[in-house]
Design a protein around this ligand. Structure first.
Ligand SMILES: CC(C)(COP(=O)(O)OP(=O)(O)OC[C@H]1O[C@@H](n2cnc3c(N)ncnc32)[C@H](O)[C@@H]1O)[C@@H](O)C(=O)NCCC(=O)NCCS
Ligand SMILES: Nc1ncnc2c1ncn2[C@@H]1O[C@H](COP(=O)(O)OP(=O)(O)OP(=O)(O)O)[C@@H](O)[C@H]1O
Length: 568
């Protein structure tokens, strides 16, 4: 995904435009925001950057705190309904003006050289998504330092987060990560699971061909949960989220994810062995915890932190391990859906910045008052070969009424009055000896000549629109109907839709799929692509994106979207 545009952008950014937008979701934590903003005020970074604070439906707001920093930082504050951290970050990224988004949790403190370190890394070896490590500050409480040890030490599963550069596919964590605007638009950012929204995003980015990397020097001071109970709840949720991610992306499941569970089962087994007076296993556990104590005490120069680290590691393993086991059982054995198994891990995703539905659907001859049509109209679009018809047909199979414009257009074009207009414009050579439209011939004319294409569109689109309205009237008792169209935006028919789904797939895959489906050449497919808008443009105007790489994942995304739409 790396291209020279980033260099150009960087040079441009330094002169005028802004590179970085810092996005911080916050929920009931004004004090944390104060410390975070204070730390940003002393940055050594010389260029313009902005801070976007998204208050996620808090009852204790940080608006007043933020206003204190209006003179020192370029800062915006948004308050919205509670929809979870992932969606709040997405909300902030949609509002942001920068080209690269830096995301922090509100409980972070940013070192002065952070922004410069990130810019150096991006200039040296660009990547569309990165993550940074976390460290504890001297001023942190004993519990915070012990938790930090448990979450980052090589003696626990935390080692991978702290500093290993070897990881090719580092999964950034949302407390300290960055993502380019382009990758955000393409992926639509975080999903509605929490926690786990960060690995979910990384995996989706990888599948789209983006890379992720660890920026070792771009660390933040991360306070983490301040008491034991909150920490236990958090790690248990991490444990529950993991089998869900494994279920969604089995190819990314690792045996290592089982370690805490094995640790817990091993512990119970060791206790059981005591019944037979076999105490070696329990002694091994004892030695491990002594080791934790010694290493943490030396590292933190405190016996107390060493002792507290034993509690932290214990809570980490047991919270995560038991959560993992429960989740594995529900998802893989009881075959519950993740939402059924753990509804509290899912936020109903807010859909931000939706264009107000049009009051009317207007064609040359007919005006349908939108209030007479009770159905929600969901547009499905995507470039050629993205798989929008595949998605449309799947929805049909689920029983939803779906209008597939390509297919309907073909019928409409056979109508006498429409065919006559086409012949008038393109000549009778466009018909075969039996008077049937030769589509391939027409295609070779219009996809080589934008003017001719718009002439054809001007004939076909109004007729299709008229036909769609009749179809809509026949389905007005249905709460949700779908309209699939390749050129939903180009034709303006997106304005009739209440929500829009864009289907995407990597370009090469799209070309290969169409070559195979239509037995055609890549040149011909590319010709059509050149007559359509880009995925980026489609995505920016859509409410949902389906990344259609495998049918299984597409199915999953369809169900997630349906779940949200049913509640809208
Ligand atoms: C030129 C025509 C006859 C070629 O027919 P053909 O059977 O080869 O293609 P088909 O209609 O099945 O479309 C296949 C794909 O081509 C692309 N495509 C079709 N029309 C257009 C267009 N006007 N602009 C850009 N891309 C288009 C889309 O990705 C579409 O899904 C046909 O595409 C056509 O009439 N297009 C103009 C009408 C139109 O816009 N139809 C699309 C749905 S309203
Ligand atoms: N996830 C997938 N895995 C494998 N093949 C797929 C997948 N999705 C779609 N296909 C195949 O790719 C081809 C293109 O898909 P489809 O016809 O749905 O695309 P489209 O976006 O409607 O294209 P067009 O713009 O040409 O109408 C079809 O042959 C379809 O069967």
């Amino acid at each position: 995904m790396w291209d020279f545009s980033f260099f150009i952008c960087l040079i441009f950014v330094k002169k005028s435009k802004m590179l970085f937008s810092i996005i911080i979701p916050v929920y009931n934590r004004p004090d944390e925001i104060n410390e975070l903003l204070e730390s940003l005020c002393v940055t050594t970074y010389k260029h313009k950057f902005e801070v976007v604070i998204v208050e996620d439906g808090s009852t204790i707001k940080c608006e007043e705190i933020v206003s204190k920093y209006q003179d020192k930082l370029q800062i915006s504050y948004y308050y919205k309904e509670n929809s979870g951290p992932g969606d709040s970050r997405n909300y902030g990224m949609k509002k942001a003006k920068g080209e690269y988004f830096l995301i922090f949790d509100s409980d972070c403190i940013i070192p002065p050289n952070y922004l410069q370190e990130v810019e150096n890394e991006l200039t040296h070896d660009y990547v569309d998504c990165f993550g940074g490590p976390d460290k504890a500050l001297k001023s942190f409480s004993t519990i915070q330092k012990a938790i930090n040890f448990a979450m980052t030490s090589f003696l626990t599963t935390g080692g991978i987060r702290g500093g290993s550069e070897k990881l090719e596919k580092f999964q950034p964590r949302s407390f300290n990560m960055g993502i380019s605007k382009q990758a955000f638009l393409a992926s639509q950012g975080f999903g509605n699971i929490h926690p786990g929204e960060d690995p979910d995003l990384s995996i989706r980015l990888w599948k789209m061909g983006y890379k992720t990397r660890l920026f070792v020097k771009a660390f933040v001071y991360h306070k983490r949960r301040i008491d034991w109970d909150k920490f236990s709840i958090q790690v248990s949720k991490f444990g529950k989220a993991r089998p869900i991610l494994n279920h969604w992306y089995p190819e990314y499941a690792k045996i290592m994810f089982w370690l805490p569970t094995l640790f817990v089962l091993g512990f119970y087994f060791s206790l059981f062995m005591l019944v037979f007076l076999i105490d070696i296993p329990i002694k091994l556990y004892f030695i491990y915890f002594v080791f934790i104590f010694v290493v943490s005490a030396i590292q933190n120069k405190s016996l107390k932190i060493g002792a507290y680290s034993i509690i932290a590691v214990w809570k980490q393993f047991f919270g995560y391990g038991q959560g993992f086991l429960e989740s594995f059982f529900r998802i893989n054995i009881l075959r519950q859906t993740p939402q059924e198994a753990f509804p509290n891990l899912f936020f109903a995703q807010q859909i931000t910045d939706i264009e107000k539905p049009n009051e009317q659907i207007v064609t040359e001859n007919t005006t349908v008052k939108k209030e007479l049509i009770k159905s929600k109209i969901i547009g499905i679009t995507g470039g050629i070969g993205s798989g929008k018809t595949t998605v449309a047909k799947y929805l049909m199979h689920l029983g939803y009424p779906v209008y597939i414009s390509d297919i309907e257009a073909k019928n409409v074009m056979q109508q006498k009055n429409v065919l006559l207009q086409i012949v008038e414009k393109f000549g009778s050579a466009i018909l075969d000896t039996k008077g049937v439209l030769q589509r391939e011939k027409l295609a070779s004319i219009v996809f080589n000549n934008p003017e001719k294409l718009s002439q054809l569109n001007a004939i076909v689109h109004p007729a299709v629109k008229q036909h769609f309205i009749e179809w809509l009237k026949n389905n007005q008792d249905k709460p949700i109907v779908f309209k699939e169209a390749a050129i939903l935006f180009e034709s303006g028919s997106y304005k009739d839709c209440d929500f829009i789904i864009t289907v995407t797939a990597p370009m090469q895959q799209r070309i290969e799929r169409v070559m195979k489906r239509d037995n055609t050449t890549s040149e011909k497919v590319v010709q059509r692509i050149n007559n359509q808008i880009s995925d980026e443009e489609r995505i920016a105007k859509s409410n949902f994106v389906i990344s259609n790489t495998t049918l299984k994942e597409t199915e999953k995304q369809i169900f997630e979207i349906l779940e949200i739409l049913k509640n809208k």
